[in-house]
Design a protein around this ligand. Structure first.
Ligand SMILES: Nc1ncnc2c1ncn2[C@@H]1O[C@H](COP(=O)(O)OP(=O)(O)OP(=O)(O)O)[C@@H](O)[C@H]1O
Ligand SMILES: [Mg+2]
Length: 250
């Protein structure tokens, strides 16, 4: 992925600044995510990881700076064109975001009903394919309240993947899971990524998970990217916050 001259990046973030009520959160983030890679965004709680992620599919708009998705500048898009981008850039929310009143089957079918004119049979085929991919075949009829945390995360993942997006944004996919469920989700993310070949951005503060899923690693600190590199560069990090992250994860 890092060999030779790669094509244009999938995501390109240039000088991104964002404040809330006068309090700066992002102070000039510049970062590329290459086509097909999995980039992990690390950083302390509250540093702005979710805020950064939400700019990549236009859920938030920059105060200053630019966000490009496959050569399209998001800053100027109207809601219709933004909806097209969102179809192509799926997001798995920090809290899963499943609809409580819908079964697992209906949750995964939801984006297909919204965005396609498929027959019930086509929808059912895709839903079953996705539920099999996340190992939830037997859970079609369950409601989110009847699922464990790990199952909920997998159902949310199946829903995001149902439209076969070109990129997937994950916000803390393993937060609040036990070590075994964490491992299972990480291997699933890695496996699906390799099999389906989409571009991924994974936000986490867990370096162990990061190492399972990631190709490259960016550390967000004080509103900027303070470290960017591959696994080897992370391991070799000298002084500074990246080193502290690595040491804390030992
Ligand atoms: N919609 C919003 N309105 C006001 N402030 C916000 C909004 N979204 C985020 N913030 C603020 O931006 C800062 C960064 O929040 P963010 O959710 O990105 O942190 P994070 O790095 O994802 O943290 P965590 O690891 O706990 O999820 C916080 O101070 C938060 O209060
Ligand atoms: Mg967050």
């Amino acid at each position: 992925m890092n060999s030779g001259r790669p094509g244009p990046p999938f995501f390109s973030i240039r000088g991104l600044e964002k404040s809330f009520s006068g309090k700066p959160v992002l102070k000039g983030v510049t970062l590329d995510v290459e086509e097909g890679e999995t980039l992990v965004v690390l950083g302390a709680s509250g540093v702005g990881k979710t805020v950064l992620l939400r700019h990549l599919n236009g859920l938030l708009h920059p105060d200053r700076g630019e966000v490009w998705v496959r050569g399209v500048r998001l800053n100027d898009l109207d809601e219709d064109r933004m909806a097209e981008v969102r179809k192509n850039v799926g997001m798995v929310f920090q809290l899963g975001g499943l609809f409580d009143s819908l079964t697992v089957y209906e949750n995964v079918a939801f984006p297909l009903r919204e965005h396609t004119a498929w027959s019930e049979r086509e929808i059912s085929e895709r839903v079953n394919e996705m539920l099999a991919a996340v190992e939830l075949e037997g859970s079609q009829k369950l409601y989110p309240a009847e699922l464990s945390g790990g199952m909920r995360k997998r159902a949310a993942l199946a829903r995001t993947l149902a439209l076969k997006p070109s990129a997937v944004l994950y916000d803390e996919p393993t937060a609040a899971l036990d070590p075994l469920a964490t491992r299972k989700i990480n291997l699933l993310i890695r496996g699906l990524q390799k099999r389906l070949g989409f571009t991924s951005v994974v936000v986490t503060h867990d370096l162990k998970s990061a190492f399972v899923v990631g190709d490259r690693f960016a550390l967000l600190d004080d509103g900027k990217v303070s470290f960017l590199g591959n696994r080897e560069a992370v391991r070799r990090a000298g002084d500074g916050l990246m080193r502290e992250f690595v040491d804390a994860a030992q």
